[in-house]
Design a protein around this ligand. Structure first.
Ligand code: ZN
Length: 469
């Protein structure tokens, strides 16, 4: 089956042609572990998880590599501001190493809760300094670098097509990356490969190098580690859309300059999660975490379901109301599935042809640049299809859930009340009537009954609404 992906390089949907038959080398940029991931970051990791599982669904072997940035990432992606790890350490009065360990664990804890599978290779920048130094040496040998004020810079004017991924003019790239004037640079878009003599004299994480003691620039790690684990020709590289103008543009420049040929065939980028008109950002300090959603009474998989109901390349508007709606929809879906499961009778047999036809339809949607909303439509077609017996339906639901990863068949313990909206509305009407008649005892009795059904009434001046507790 052909798999189509939207390639940011060239900006169109293309048929995926692997470097090696039935194998995908997949590199995804991982977290900078100086703070919790926000739910906008997590949306990108959910997209990458679905990408991997979709390829696996159609029998590709996927080798997934992700980095952990634990050094070198400054506040701005373009080499200015303070080091993010040091900022975290200062904020929490811990060492940078403690900060890195703590937030890496927190990140994988979030991933577990969201059923995001751990990549086959997780590589930390601080454990690959040797590979990064070797890459800089290679670039130096090929004439792409210069040293200024002790730092090693990549000279972008030596690299043809520097802007091919972003497809922006140099002026737009400069404006986008908010480059500060740096007297050391020949071109404002040149970037640091190795810092030795920067304003970060007190940097704790430092290593010896041919250019003096220092630390790597942020972009370097992704090139060095992806080449180490996936080879010189990589099928797919992913990340958030904000990585296009600086981080991924610089990764391409240094990798292709070093290798002397095309490096990544398909670039895929997850769009922003938007809150109140703006993208969610960690550096502003005001961001939503998964822990916060849980505090608000949501389940992590409700957030996963919310994300999968729209396509990864579209901006997604987040609100608690929208998440609540997704949660209610997921509960309904699961309770319908539970009743199909109950109705299954042991004597039913599975018709392989019918199953295969649906598997094909499901795969077609995933192969269309991950059309997850349509994949859910295939799921609901399965559930409604009278030609399928319960056993066949359950088989397919379980099969699709290998990709969705929503625990669709897992029974929830005493917390899955089937919400009967009609009954609730009838009871509310009855309670309103009782209140009009000043029959407070009856009104309270109905409120208690609803409360036992896990329904909380919200009285406003105009009306009474309800929510699931
Ligand atoms: Zn990266």
């Amino acid at each position: 089956m052909s798999f189509y992906v939207f390639n940011s390089l060239g900006k169109e949907k293309e048929e995926f042609i692997p470097v090696r038959e039935n194998y995908v080398g997949l590199y995804t940029c991982g977290p900078t572990v100086y703070n919790y991931a926000h739910i906008g970051n997590l949306r990108t990791y959910i997209f990458e998880d679905i990408l991997k599982k979709s390829f696996e669904y159609i029998n590709y072997e996927v080798n997934h590599v992700m980095n952990i940035t634990d050094v070198g990432h400054l506040q701005s992606d373009a080499d200015t501001g303070e080091d993010k790890m040091e900022l975290g350490a200062k904020r929490e009065n811990k060492t940078v190493w403690e900060i890195a360990k703590y937030y890496e664990d927190a990140f994988f804890d979030d991933c577990n809760k969201l059923n995001i599978e751990r990549p086959a290779v997780v590589c930390r920048a601080t454990e690959h300094i040797k590979e990064m130094i070797e890459l800089v040496q290679l670039l130096e040998k090929k004439g792409y670098t210069y040293i200024s004020n002790g730092n090693v810079y990549f000279e972008i004017d030596k690299f043809k097509d520097y802007n091919k991924l972003a497809n922006l003019s140099m002026e737009e790239l400069e404006a986008g990356s908010r480059v500060e004037v740096d007297e050391n640079k020949k071109n404002p878009l040149d970037f640091v490969l190795w810092f030795t003599n920067s304003k970060f004299k007190n940097q704790i994480m430092q290593w010896d190098s041919p250019w003096g003691r220092g630390f790597p620039g942020w972009h370097l790690e992704c090139s060095a580690m992806s080449i180490k684990y996936l080879g010189e020709r990589i099928d797919i590289h992913c990340g958030g859309i904000d990585h296009i103008p600086v981080h991924h543009t610089n990764e391409i420049a240094q990798s292709e300059a070093a290798l002397g040929h095309k490096w990544v065939n398909y670039w895929m980028h997850g769009e922003f999660l938007v809150v109140d008109g703006g993208k969610m950002s960690k550096s502003s300090g005001d961001f939503l975490t998964l822990a916060r959603l849980i505090e608000e009474g949501f389940k992590p998989l409700e957030y996963r379901f919310f994300c999968l109901q729209s396509r990864y390349r579209k901006q997604l508007m987040f609100s608690f109301d929208a998440l609540r709606d997704a949660g209610v929809a997921l509960k309904k879906l699961k309770s319908k599935i539970a009743s199909i499961k109950e109705s299954a009778d042991g004597s039913e047999t599975i018709n392989a042809n019918k199953i295969e036809a649906y598997r094909q339809k499901f795969a077609e949607q995933l192969s269309d640049d991950l059309n997850t909303p349509n994949a859910f439509t295939v799921l609901s077609d399965v559930m409604k299809d009278d030609e399928l017996n319960s056993k066949e339906k359950i088989f397919l639901i379980e099969d699709f859930d290998n990709v969705f990863s929503l625990d669709l068949l897992k029974e929830e313990v005493a917390e899955m009340p089937v919400v009967d909206e009609k009954l609730i509305n009838d009871l509310i009407a009855e309670r309103n009537e009782a209140r009009n008649k000043k029959d407070w005892a009856k009104a309270d009795e109905i409120r208690n009954r609803l409360s036992e059904m896990n329904i909380e009434l919200v009285d406003t001046k105009e009306s009474v609404t309800w929510k699931i507790k």
